[in-house]
Ligand binder design. Structure first.
Ligand code: FES
Length: 138
């Protein structure tokens, strides 16, 4: 292993140690390994929304018989925003459109094992973006 790689690993370890003081393992996992990230080709619905902090989330959905068969997200947001978007796509995949519309910010926070109060708006932004993308399904 190169010296640069050792330094990188040390720094990553320190950052993770620090993050574990604040965030659940699920939040860190979804942030470090985001699921369903990227642009979806030929979506049936898409919308992007920005939060009070200026972060933006875009969610793409593809439906098959009123069920979400494909879903992805893009964001320019912080770690919790990435974690919320990633986790929400996992929650919504394979759900009927009407069921996915019922997911709340609190459901998402519970799925993630909690979020600090200052990040609860990230969950609300992700859920509102999903709902607006579903409302635009053509
Ligand atoms: Fe604003 Fe996450 S910090 S959406």
């Amino acid at each position: 292993m190169s010296r640069e790689q050792e330094i990188f690993d040390d720094v990553e370890g320190l950052v993770l140690e620090d993050a574990r003081q604040t965030y659940s393992e699920q939040v860190i996992d979804h942030f470090m390994n985001p699921r369903n990230f990227g642009v979806l080709e030929n979506p049936d619905g898409f919308n992007a929304m920005s939060g009070i902090c200026g972060d933006t989330i875009g969610i793409y959905v593809g439906l098959d018989n009123e069920r979400i068969s494909r879903i992805s997200f893009v964001t320019n947001g912080c770690g919790p925003t990435i974690a919320c978007s990633s986790a929400l796509t996992c929650m919504a995949k394979d759900l009927a459109l009407k069921e996915a519309m019922k997911i709340t910010g609190q459901d998402l926070i519970k799925y993630l094992g909690g979020l600090p109060v200052e990040n609860t708006h990230c969950a609300d932004l992700a859920v509102n973006t999903l709902r607006s993308a579903l409302a635009k399904v053509s």
